[in-house]
Design a protein around this ligand. Structure first.
Ligand code: NI
Length: 185
């Protein structure tokens, strides 16, 4: 089932999420929610979706990057379920890249993110996860775990001047970069 996505301004987007009781993970209701979140993320071409974005203040996010139309050049990230994630920064070098958010439609902004993280969480069946994420993968996790704290990418922008509407971003950022790349080759 495709879930309704909460947009910026709905209080749930600004509410810190509660940890999930691990005993609930195996219940049919929770497993159905996981399926619905993946379906919703794919329907709206997101690379991640956090539970507050579907009106639930619980510490759950899903992510997946696979031949993504918005990020065709980005390395793929397998479908991952993060329940009660904790993140430790292991390389704080800031990397600037463009981000958008299903809860902040039609906008893109440049956001600095840490280069590398260690992530611990519970997975889809309550199994412990412990892995290191770099670069774009680390970016997606920082974006989604921010949602669990009631934060959005706009809060991470030191300078709002890059904030762009989607058609203007295509026209003045993406297309000139693609032209420059073509001319170089
Ligand atoms: Ni988002």
């Amino acid at each position: 089932m495709i879930l309704k996505v909460a947009r910026l301004g709905h209080p749930v987007i600004r509410t810190p999420a509660y940890p999930i009781d691990p005993a609930k993970i195996a219940t049919p209701e929770f497993q159905r929610l996981l399926d619905d979140m993946v379906e919703t993320m794919r329907e709206y071409s997101g690379v991640g979706l956090a539970a507050p974005q579907v009106h639930l203040s619980i510490q759950l996010a899903v992510l997946e990057v696979e031949n993504h139309p918005r990020y065709p050049e980005m390395p793929s990230v397998p479908l991952t379920y993060l329940i009660n994630p904790t993140v430790t920064v292991t390389d704080a070098a800031p990397l600037g890249e463009w981000e958008g958010c299903l809860s902040i439609p039609e906008l893109r902004g440049r956001v600095p993110r840490f280069k590398q993280l260690r992530v611990t969480a519970l997975g889809r069946h309550g199994e412990p996860l412990d892995f290191v994420a770099d670069d774009f993968h680390a970016r997606v996790i920082q974006h989604e775990t921010d949602h669990l704290k009631g934060e959005v990418y706009l809060d991470r922008m030191p300078d709002m001047k890059s904030l762009s509407h989607l058609p203007e971003w295509q026209r003045y950022v993406i297309e000139p970069a693609a032209r420059a790349a073509r001319n170089k080759s």
